[in-house]
Design a protein around this ligand. Structure first.
Ligand code: ZN
Length: 70
């Protein structure tokens, strides 16, 4: 069984949780701006508006129907 070598003291635990709290307070919204269309999207998700993820087109959105030139 994996066991911690040493006890984590109250102060160390509190110090760690305070940092988590700070991160939560500073970035309260789970939404981040899309790198392509700048709309608020969930982080680490494909943008539902433009279909981009990490600067690359992942999912093709519905394109405007273009009439084929006859
Ligand atoms: Zn987008």
């Amino acid at each position: 069984m994996a066991n911690p070598k040493k006890k984590i003291t109250h102060s160390r635990k509190g110090n760690r949780y305070s940092k988590v709290k700070m991160r939560f307070r500073n970035n309260h919204s789970p939404l981040v701006p899309c790198g392509h269309c700048n709309k608020p999207i969930r982080s680490h998700h494909i943008c539902p508006y433009c279909g981009y993820y990490d600067g690359k087109l992942v999912v093709k959105q519905e394109e405007k129907k273009e009439k084929p030139a006859a």
